[in-house]
Design a protein around this ligand. Structure first.
Ligand code: ACO
Length: 324
């Protein structure tokens, strides 16, 4: 018997407040035109009072509802985030409490920046295929507005807040690439790039979270290569041809990065999912948010093959092929 992880539910949540590029132009020396042309971002959602765990809980509840499950069915909770509510315990445990998940269930956070959701998917998928658990909820959620320096125009225009979640469950499969569910995952890191994208503080150094700082041009260059390679590797592992995919869903950092990845992979623009225009960069939340939004809008359909690819601070990167 061959076991795969099926993706059986999706949910997302965005805080109500919208911050437009024009709003930003009153805060720092920038313009709607600069932000649109250099990043593709038109507006982003910002949380006024909801924490990462609050937003994650809402996205997770929506995902459970769409899966037709209750918290009682969950065997594992993983949160991917760089903006947890507390340094310890893990916010995943708080989310488990909020959802009413039974005691004894493993719950933990993953810190892999913008690649966090792909890392969470990889771990949950492996645990399911090993038979350790049957059902998992994985969430990407961020309140990046709390680690952004709102006086730094180089970074503050790029980010937004939000959450997305997916429910995975064990399903008997054929073991061929005709199956539905997670068909492949791959994750990577390169510590030599540690300084190119980071917060300028942390618990064991400055005792505070610090603000995001980066070498934008280096990040851009590496992002295009890593995102394309991770997608190609995931496809190769799944033994799926590029021509057969329905969607490429890259991490939503910048439209120019997304377009370059699409071009490098020789994919038509219509197959590349874009949400950066109305979400900004929501780090670990970006992929599950885009997935859930496009599924609930009826754009991504049952049976579709989707390639996920992400890259972020570390650098970390990774890819996955899923069939709904
Ligand atoms: N408004 C107006 N001008 C700005 C702004 C702004 N918000 N930000 C920077 N500028 C100025 C700079 O000061 C610079 O001015 P100068 O020429 O007088 O020095 C000029 O614009 C050009 O700056 P560049 O850095 O060359 O602009 P570039 O075209 O490279 O775009 C950007 C910058 C958008 C950050 C780009 O490098 C990028 O997207 N990098 C990837 C970084 C990223 O997406 N990080 C997110 C996290 S990582 C991830 O998720 C993968």
């Amino acid at each position: 018997m061959f076991i795969r992880s099926k993706l059986i539910g999706f949910g997302h949540y965005l805080p109500k407040k919208i911050l437009t590029n024009d709003d930003l132009s009153h805060m720092v020396e920038t313009s709607d035109e600069w932000i649109r042309t250099r990043t593709g971002i038109c507006y982003r959602h910002i949380s006024e009072s909801e924490t990462t765990a609050d937003m994650a809980t809402k996205a997770a509840s929506n995902a459970l509802k769409s899966a037709g499950l209750t918290a009682n069915d969950i065997d594992l909770v993983i949160l991917a985030s760089v903006t947890p509510d507390n340094t310890t315990p893990a916010s995943a445990v708080k989310i488990a409490r909020n959802l009413g998940v039974r005691a004894g269930i493993p719950a933990f956070d993953i810190s892999a920046a913008c690649s966090g959701f792909v890392y969470a998917l990889t771990l949950a998928d492996n645990m399911i295929r090993l038979g350790q658990i049957k059902t998992a909820i994985i969430i990407g959620a961020e309140r990046l507005s709390k680690i952004v320096d709102w006086t730094d125009r180089n970074t503050c225009v790029l980010f937004g807040d939000g959450a997305g979640a997916a429910v995975l469950c064990a399903a008997e499969s054929t073991g061929t690439n005709a199956d539905t569910g997670v068909l492949s995952t791959c994750i990577y890191s390169d510590g030599s790039q540690y300084d190119n994208l980071q917060t300028d503080g942390g618990v064991s150094t400055t005792q505070n979270a610090g603000f995001v700082s980066m070498n934008g041009k280096e990040v851009f260059k590496h992002a295009v290569v890593s995102l394309s390679e991770a997608a190609e590797n995931a496809l190769q592992q799944a033994q799926i041809k590029k021509e057969d995919i329905d969607w490429l869903l890259p991490h939503q950092a910048n439209i120019r990065i997304i377009d370059s990845v699409g071009e490098r992979m020789e994919l038509p623009k219509e197959k590349v999912i874009v949400t950066v225009d109305h979400h900004g960069n929501t780090s670990a939340a970006s992929i599950p948010l885009a997935l859930s939004e496009n599924i609930s809008a009826g754009r991504i359909k049952k049976g579709d093959i989707i390639v996920l690819t992400a890259m972020g601070a570390g650098f970390t990167w990774g890819g996955a092929v899923i069939r709904l």
